[in-house]
Write a protein that binds this ligand. Structure first.
Ligand code: SAH
Length: 506
């Protein structure tokens, strides 16, 4: 019996904002994701961590799996699972989605098609080219620039296309550009008809070359433009001069390394991306489970015997609750246990679980919590503090000095990441990064801990260093790095404005 369903989902042309709500919803519930080369890999983050991810992409002519192999895989996985078949653009526009749907139909596997934003419309839009315009054209055609290679006659009616359609949009046409232009001119299109070729449209890598049917081949060759690209032919291409909004964003073409501490929100990255920057996110710290769960598990099992449960971070709350569930328990175990939280975010994490926090200190510091606790009395009370493996001892020590009984258990550990370091260093050394951002002293310290200090200092020469405020800049200075960009107000928005000013198109 068939238990699964296959969803043929269009991922859009690259900009993650151009995926449909339905597509995202299905990805979030996927058990298996089968994806192509063109789909932006960022989408895979929407899928549950445990979902199986299978890459079947093709780059140029290189297939990791033949279309027959992909079809077989879809049928095999589709029998058992909720499968998202993620395809670039729209699955039914030059994406072989039709063939895949036919195979599923024949195998009796239920399928659904979720249309996507096709590159045919989105890429010209991001290049400032409206496909239709009352003064230029009343018809549009989508054409493949890469026909079947089995030697059969062309299915493209060149004479009709050349003379009868206003705007022509070619997919996969870079390699055959010369032939396409020649065919159009031979069949009656004016040689001075404007043409634009747009590579990696809607992404920070977008690159556009314009010309006419006469000279575009030469111009594309000179620019070294490679696939994937969309080619637009027609008078509407001239509107780009006036409407080129995307490539004119202040940070378009800039690559910015966004260093982050812990699992911070991506506000900075999103704001920079909005200004056109290509962002590389670089967490300078990762949160991992502790070396052993045993101490936390023991404390969790006996949590009802404590008077106070003190959380010093959101991660502490997260891992504590995970282990509570893991033991088959839940927050009802906390009845009678009072809760203290350091930091508003920590308190919020508890409140989201339906727990009222008894004490949140005014300041984000252990000392401040101690003041609050002194008021209620700590002598002979039992405290449990689930927190990072390595943390300051002032809180437990002071409680013990006041005759409290304190158990400190490691709930997680913060580690220095090692995965991306080499790649980041290489990009810096190759001059591919234009700016590095730091939003706190600890990101600066952690960043410099990840590299050899001489090597990183020389790699940063010529890279603009942006710090959110003077304290952060001072820490950078201590590591021998001068700050080039610093806002006068210490907010993310002001930092982004300062970066735009620095790059001169604010
Ligand atoms: N189903 C897809 C098209 C797949 S065919 C869609 O609806 O968009 C692959 C071709 O699409 C590429 O060779 C290129 O011509 C075009 N393409 C896809 N994404 C693109 C992008 N971001 N920029 C330029 N061309 C793109």
């Amino acid at each position: 019996m068939v238990k699964g369903t296959v969803y043929l989902v269009g991922a859009g042309p690259g900009d993650p904002g151009l995926m449909t709500l339905r597509g995202k919803e299905l990805l979030e519930a996927a058990e298996v994701v089968i994806y192509d080369y063109l789909a932006n890999p960022e989408f895979l983050d929407f899928a549950p961590r445990e979902a199986e991810r299978i890459y079947v992409g093709k780059k140029g002519g290189e297939h990791t799996l033949s279309q027959e192999g992909i079809n077989e895989l879809l049928v095999k996985k589709g029998r058992e699972h909720r499968v998202v078949r993620l395809k670039g653009g729209d699955p039914f526009v030059f994406g072989r989605g039709g063939e895949e749907a036919q195979v599923l139909k024949a195998a009796g596997i239920p399928f659904e098609v979720v249309p996507g934003v096709t590159a045919a419309t989105a890429v010209p839009a991001y290049a400032g080219i409206p496909l239709s315009h009352r003064e230029h054209t009343a018809s549009i055609a989508f054409v493949t620039g890469h026909e079947r290679e089995d030697g059969r006659e062309s299915k493209i009616a060149w004479e009709k296309l050349a003379a009868g359609v206003g705007t022509l949009v070619f997919f996969m046409g870079v390699r055959n550009l010369e032939e396409i232009c020649a065919n159009l001119v031979a069949h009656g299109r004016a040689p001075d008809t404007p043409v634009a070729v747009v590579r990696w449209g809607t992404t920070p890598e977008q690159q556009t070359v314009t010309g006419t049917l006469k000279d575009i081949v030469e111009r594309v060759r000179k620019a070294g433009l490679k696939p994937p690209a969309i080619t637009v032919v027609g008078g509407v291409v001239n509107l780009r001069e006036e409407l080129n909004w995307f490539e004119n964003r202040p940070l378009f073409g800039r690559t910015i390394l966004v260093t982050r501490a812990r699992e911070q929100a991506s506000e900075l990255k999103n704001t920079l991306a909005q200004k056109g920057a290509r962002c590389i996110e670089f967490p300078t710290i990762t949160i991992e489970p502790p070396p052993s769960w045993e101490p936390l598990d023991r404390a969790v099992a006996a949590v009802g015997s404590y008077d106070w449960l003190v959380f010093t971070s959101v991660n502490g709350v997260r891992f504590f609750v995970e282990r509570l569930f893991h033991a088959g328990l839940d927050v009802r175990e906390l009845k009678g246990v009072r809760l203290a939280a350091i930091g508003a975010k920590t308190a919020e994490a508890l409140e989201r679980l339906g727990l009222r926090v008894d004490i949140v200190p005014r300041e984000y510091r252990a000392e401040s919590l101690l003041e609050g606790l002194s008021e209620v009395g700590v002598a002979n009370r039992r405290f449990l503090i689930p927190r990072a493996l390595i943390a300051r001892d002032i809180l437990p020590e002071t409680l013990r000095e006041r005759n409290a009984h304190v158990d400190v258990v490691p709930a997680y550990q913060t580690l220095l990441p090692s995965e991306k370091n080499d790649a980041i260093l290489e990009s810096l050394q190759a001059g591919k990064v234009h700016c590095v951002t730091f939003t706190s002293s600890s990101t600066v310290s952690n960043f410099f801990r990840l590299f050899d200090s001489e090597t990183i200092r020389s790699a940063l020469r010529g890279v603009a260093v942006a710090c959110i405020g003077p304290v952060t800049a001072e820490t950078a200075e201590k590591h021998g790095v001068k700050t080039d960009i610093m806002p006068t107000r210490y907010t993310i928005a002001a930092l982004v404005d300062a970066i735009c000013d620095h790059f001169g198109r604010g």
